[in-house]
Write a protein that binds this ligand. Structure first.
Ligand SMILES: Nc1nc2c(ncn2[C@@H]2O[C@H](COP(=O)(O)OP(=O)(O)OP(=O)(O)O)[C@@H](O)[C@H]2O)c(=O)[nH]1
Ligand SMILES: [Mg+2]
Length: 718
């Protein structure tokens, strides 16, 4: 394979609805470039892109795969991504390194939820976009309907470059209104005959040609002038205008294909070669450390690692884009995240499962290497003097969480190790052991995404795991003041223990002042605060501890022990064992023994007095409340709202945004289990949401009763 120069490289990402035909299109693209000599088929499980066992079993792409093809002296790197949004990690990372998205649309089903989510990712990446209307050979194909739907969504940015003369089983010919030619394909697709536009299509072709010229001219003043002068534009000028429009995301050209029959694919590739910017013509990735670099061969070398994968028989494969300079086999580079030296002893280009060794890759190219010591996705490798870090890829927030555990306890450690590896391949899995809940929590992009995790454990690791509902991190607090005394005394055998503590506790509110008098049992009780310690708690809220001892009834040296005892109890609240917060404690009296008093005694006395007082202080369970934003199509608004009401949501507002209705609400986390699945089924996969922690709030009485009963049952079981 020849070494391609920066100007000869094009980078594209295939995106869109599941089943739209991306993997099939990739296959045809490689075939057209002579990279493979027979086209595989998703159904026969023999495509170069869907080569993982799980993909073959699912019949869907799960990972992004890197492929390439060679057309007209150019190398096109192709990232084929999964259409199911549960696997959007591969879409997000691919669009960051190959910022021209080819949005593949099934003309028989039209635009779907997957089209919308792919567009959201493309928009976030500021990626340019071409629409490839696929499945035109399908008997239900409806090109006009698909274009109309696209226009409904994207307005007049949608610009027809091609339309089919006939669609359905007889689909063979495409009118190209940029070239003003008809492309006629044989039954096996491939290379078309290029013909004059037949008389019967002239009028429509002329009309669309004029629209295209106008759209192209609109993007540059000089072209606009030319257009007014000449009434038309040359093909070159049209390309120039279209490129400018595409870069601004103001123009999305529409192409016609049948990936399955390899119709229209060679022309689409030709267009990509001619119009897509070379990697050096797009803005450089943001740099978070070091001096700017230029995407050309002569600069010092830097690489951005966008993906790591574990491949059978090979081990870890590191995928990168050359950001500057060039990388040759055997080159030593530095990982600026861990200062480690890495030797890139072998370089490859890949066509999915097939890797081909190459001696060199230049700026703008995408390839991979193997056997690096310690380099992960989102890291930068570069010449030492550059000391450069490219901005990491930001992946979408998780939408679904479960607690995971091995069926057999002895496998727990193994589960952790496997999860660690899985999340290195798919950074949209987030794994955390939450000490408070005593649960290993895995978060992901949806229920299907997490079930896929189960698939790995079953098939790849032969290890039984089970999913549980994640526990809710409740908090406990009090609602009124209470008093308690406790005497800890142990005087049998050996050294004795003695400590007595009298305390009052009350709710603490930020900004409130301590009291100097309490009335209880019909009596006034005066308090004078001598010393105060305000401790912010690691789990939120505060413990405010007042030393109000008069007359030395307890030595000052024992007060830290009392506070420690209280803290211990706050770590396992008396109601449900959850953390307690926002409490003010006054230690106002107690007793010591000249010999037997020690720290342990006061710790236990403090702890038990606190526990007794807490129970009488109107204890309440607090639950985490989240701010929720939901975007849905307007005809599903009613269903989504009533579902939210069933989740104790407080609706805060409604409005329209980007063609969707937006609902903002406050919801208790407890009610949001599996929300992404419910929303998806209520909205046909189109609804989107995000959630952020807002505050802890007291639970309603009936929920508190329910939680107390559940805790009591759990305690009994243990
Ligand atoms: N008739 C017809 N079938 C097609 C065409 N393109 C793809 N298919 C079929 O549609 C199904 C889905 O195609 P894929 O290539 O796997 O679609 P994909 O976009 O990669 O799907 P995901 O990986 O799930 O996102 C397969 O059975 C293909 O054979 C086409 O142009 N015409
Ligand atoms: Mg696919």
């Amino acid at each position: 394979m020849k070494v391609y120069k920066t100007e000869e490289i094009r980078n594209i990402t295939l995106i869109g609805n599941a089943g739209g035909g991306k993997t099939t299109l990739a296959e045809a693209m490689l075939f057209e470039g002579g990279v493979i000599n027979r086209r595989g088929d998703v159904g026969s499980k023999n495509t170069v892109s869907d080569y993982h066992l799980i993909e073959q079993e699912y019949g869907n792409s799960v990972f992004s795969s890197l492929l390439y093809t060679e057309v007209n002296g150019k190398k096109i790197n192709i990232l084929d991504t999964p259409g199911m949004d549960d696997f959007c990690g591969g879409v997000v990372s691919s669009l960051q390194v190959a910022g021209l998205g080819i949005m593949v649309i099934d003309a028989s089903t039209g635009i779907g939820a997957g089209t919308e989510s792919a567009n959201r990712h493309a928009e976030a990446a500021n990626a340019k976009m071409i629409f490839a209307i696929n499945h035109l050979d399908n008997e239900n194909a409806n090109f006009d309907q698909a274009v109309e739907n696209l226009k409904g969504k994207f307005g007049n940015k949608v610009t027809i470059v091609q339309y089919p003369v006939e669609s359905g089983l007889s689909f063979r010919s495409i009118i190209d209104v940029l070239k003003m030619k008809m492309y006629k394909y044989g039954p096996d697709g491939g290379k078309p005959e290029v013909l004059d536009i037949p008389e019967s299509e002239k009028e429509r072709a002329d009309e669309l040609h004029n629209e295209l010229v106008e759209m192209a001219a609109e993007n540059e003043e000089s072209l606009m002038e030319l257009y007014f002068e000449q009434g038309s534009l040359s093909e070159d000028d049209m390309r120039k205008g279209m490129r400018a429009g595409m870069v601004k995301r103001d123009l999305f050209p529409v192409f016609c294909i049948s990936a399955k029959k390899n119709i229209g694919v060679s022309r689409l590739l030709e267009f990509i070669c001619n119009i897509a910017p070379a990697p050096s013509q797009v803005p450089m990735r943001e740099i978070i450390q070091g001096k700017p670099v230029v995407m050309n061969e002569s600069s010092p070398t830097s690489l951005f690692v966008f993906k790591t994968a574990l491949e059978p028989h090979v081990g870890e494969v590191t995928y990168f884009k050359v950001m500057s300079g060039k990388v040759t086999e055997g080159k030593d580079l530095y990982n600026t995240f861990n200062n480690g030296k890495e030797r890139l002893s072998q370089l490859f280009v890949t066509a999915g499962k097939n890797r081909y060794s190459v001696p060199e890759l230049v700026a703008g190219d995408i390839g991979c290497t193997v056997k690096l010591k310690d380099t992960k996705f989102n890291q930068t490798l570069c010449e030492k003097e550059l000391d450069l870090k490219f901005a990491p890829i930001k992946f979408p927030d998780p939408k679904f969480r479960v607690a995971i555990k091995a069926v057999s306890e002895t496998d727990d450690e193994k589960v952790g190790e496997i999860l660690h590896k899985v999340k290195e391949e798919d950074p949209t899995y987030i794994v955390n052991y939450v000490k408070e809940l005593k649960q290993l929590i895995v978060e992901g992009q949806g229920e299907y995404h997490l079930n896929t995790l189960k698939w790995y454990f079953d098939h790849t690791h032969k290890l039984d795991i089970e999913f549980k509902s994640p526990k809710i991190p409740y908090r406990e607090t009090i609602t009124k003041f209470a008093q308690a005394d406790y005497r800890h005394k142990k005087q049998s055998g050996g050294a004795g223990q003695f400590g007595e503590v009298h305390m009052i506790i009350e709710p603490f509110e930020e900004g409130s002042a301590p009291k100097n008098m309490f009335i209880y049992g019909g009596k006034e009780m005066k308090i004078s605060v001598r010393d105060t310690q305000e401790t912010p708690l690691p789990w939120g809220g505060k413990l405010v501890f007042h030393n109000c001892i008069v007359g030395g009834s307890i030595d000052a040296r024992f007060l830290p022990a009392i506070q420690k005892g209280i803290m211990e109890k706050m770590e396992e609240g008396p109601l449900t064992g959850s953390y307690a917060r926002d409490i003010r404690v006054y230690i106002y009296d107690g007793k010591m023994h000249p010999v037997d008093s020690n720290e342990i005694s006061f710790r236990l006395a403090g702890r038990n007095a606190f526990s007794a007082a807490f129970k009488n202080a109107g204890p309440k369970i607090l639950e985490p409340i989240y701010n929720l934003d939901v975007w849905v199509q307007s005809d599903r608004m009613g269903d989504v709202m009533s579902d939210l009401q069933g989740r104790r949501a407080l609706i805060m507002g409604m409005g329209s945004e980007k063609g969707y209705e937006k609902i903002t609400a406050r919801v208790p986390l407890k009610e949001m289990n599996k929300y992404s699945t419910s929303l998806s089924s209520l909205t046909g996969g189109r609804g989107v949401f995000n959630m952020k922690f807002a505050a802890y709030e007291k639970v309603p009485q009936e929920v508190q009763d329910e939680l107390l009963a559940a805790y009591a049952a759990e305690e009994k079981e243990e």
